[in-house]
Design a binder for this molecule. Structure first.
Ligand code: ZN
Length: 292
């Protein structure tokens, strides 16, 4: 994980003024803003954290944080940024609560707001599709679920369908961004699988899957389809077909969600968060979060 070092940030966690100045100086918040009520010029007062309209007939104040994620939350701005830093670092909720002297519930609420914000950043565009002719896409499903305490059987959770485009470059050092989609699926059946694949995978793509019957229609809807029988082997010894890339993604995805959160609720938020972290793994996550 790559993010802004704590030593670069610790000053702005000291006070609301420093936090606001930091956001302004780094262009995450506008330094100049026209009056929201009469479009006149305004002046920024850092100490009281408002823009004031210069038009003497208006004079209305408004917050420089208006329209940003930080306007939605109640804690002082410096504490919010502190929470954001710990969220990006994936610090456990109880440790954050202890460090900042706030309740576990507050930490949970903030982390959920951060996740929702990320979800909106990663929304797929209408024509987003992976694969294409001469490209291989691995498709698979997995259940994100938690086990009941002291009991072996899975109690609740949700199914996820995922597709990942194989990189053509053998050179793993290149570390290119793999094209991927991850979606919660309400019911795991042939119709839903067909709908998802039609929406997210280009026609003519070669699709690798296991032998589950839900994939039986792929040839009829415009794809080349090859399978690996997981009851016998992970990689077909004759055709070389395997789905190890998407299986590896499942493993990493599950590790990224703490067991108590492996439920249907908010599954989409965790999927998008995983996607966002993966997509931006070579960038500074702190900066990527703050910039629009
Ligand atoms: Zn005004």
């Amino acid at each position: 994980m790559f993010t802004e070092p704590y030593v670069n940030l610790k000053e702005l966690f000291d006070s609301e003024d420093k936090a606001l100045l930091y956001l302004i100086e780094n262009n995450y918040v506008n330094k100049y803003e026209k009056c929201r009520f009469c479009d006149s010029d305004t002046k920024l007062y850092i100490n009281i954290k408002v823009y004031k309209c210069k038009n003497y007939k208006c004079r209305k104040p408004f917050s420089p944080l208006h329209g940003t994620i930080f306007s939605k939350m109640k804690l002082p701005l410096n504490i919010q940024l502190h929470l954001l830093n710990y969220y990006i670092l994936k610090m456990p909720n109880s440790s954050i609560a202890t460090t900042l002297k706030i309740s576990n519930n507050t930490v949970t609420n903030y982390n959920r707001i951060f996740r929702k914000y990320i979800k909106d950043k990663i929304n797929f565009s209408r024509n987003f599709k992976i694969g294409g002719r001469n490209k291989i896409v691995e498709i698979d499903e997995t259940k994100i679920a938690k086990r009941k305490y002291n009991k072996g059987h899975i109690v609740e959770g949700g199914w996820v369908t995922g597709g990942i485009e194989r990189s053509i470059l053998k050179n793993k050092m290149k570390n290119e961004n793999k094209k991927i989609f991850l979606l919660p699926i309400k019911e795991r059946n042939i119709n839903n699988i067909d709908l998802i694949i039609k929406k997210y995978v280009k026609k003519g793509t070669t699709i690798y899957t296991d032998c589950w019957k839900g994939y039986n229609n792929l040839r009829n809807i415009g794809y080349k389809h090859k399978t690996v029988n997981h009851k016998k082997y992970f990689k077909d010894p004759i055709t070389g077909v395997h789905t190890n890339t998407i299986e590896g993604t499942w493993c990493a995805l599950k590790q990224s969600i703490v067991p108590r959160n492996r439920t249907k609720k908010d599954l989409i938020l965790y999927l998008r968060e995983y996607h966002w972290r993966k997509k931006n793994r070579e960038y500074n996550l702190w900066k990527m979060f703050l910039k629009d």
